[in-house]
Design a protein around this ligand. Structure first.
Ligand code: FES
Length: 130
């Protein structure tokens, strides 16, 4: 586990950690491949929930807001992928999005995309970009 001031619960899903630009978020190997995880991104006084998708040795980040109705994509913490984990899913009206660029692949959001959040991966650790 990446050294982080927030505590971990021994059972159940990991807590939704708050991260700032430049912070280490988690190790790639703490997530299944592929998998998703939620974080709170804090920039100054502003904060918003983001999701991170692990895909092999890469990670992709998005703001957790569906472009269809501007609501969160998920109902369960950290769960943002469809059943076979091939796409990001909005559970409200079943829009699906590309894991690698956030573009809408199906559902009521043609031509739209999730807002990307810049991440970087160094030595197997995912960081929120500065
Ligand atoms: S709110 Fe996401 S598909 Fe409608």
């Amino acid at each position: 586990m990446v050294d982080h001031p927030d505590t971990h619960t021994p059972d159940g899903p990991p807590p939704v950690l708050t991260v700032k630009p430049g912070d280490a978020m988690c190790r790639l190997d703490e997530m299944a491949d592929p998998d998703s995880r939620a974080f709170i991104m804090q920039r100054g006084e502003e904060s918003e929930e983001i999701l991170v998708i692990r895909e092999g040795d890469e990670a992709f980040g998005y703001v957790n807001v569906c472009p269809h109705r501007f609501v969160p994509l998920n109902w369960k913490p950290h769960v943002f992928l469809n059943y076979d984990k091939t796409r990001i899913l909005c559970v409200v009206h079943a829009a699906t999005f590309d894991k690698r660029d956030g573009s809408c692949l199906g559902g009521p959001c043609p031509g739209q995309a999730l807002e990307q959040v810049a991440l970087r991966v160094e030595n197997g650790v995912i960081f929120l970009a500065d």
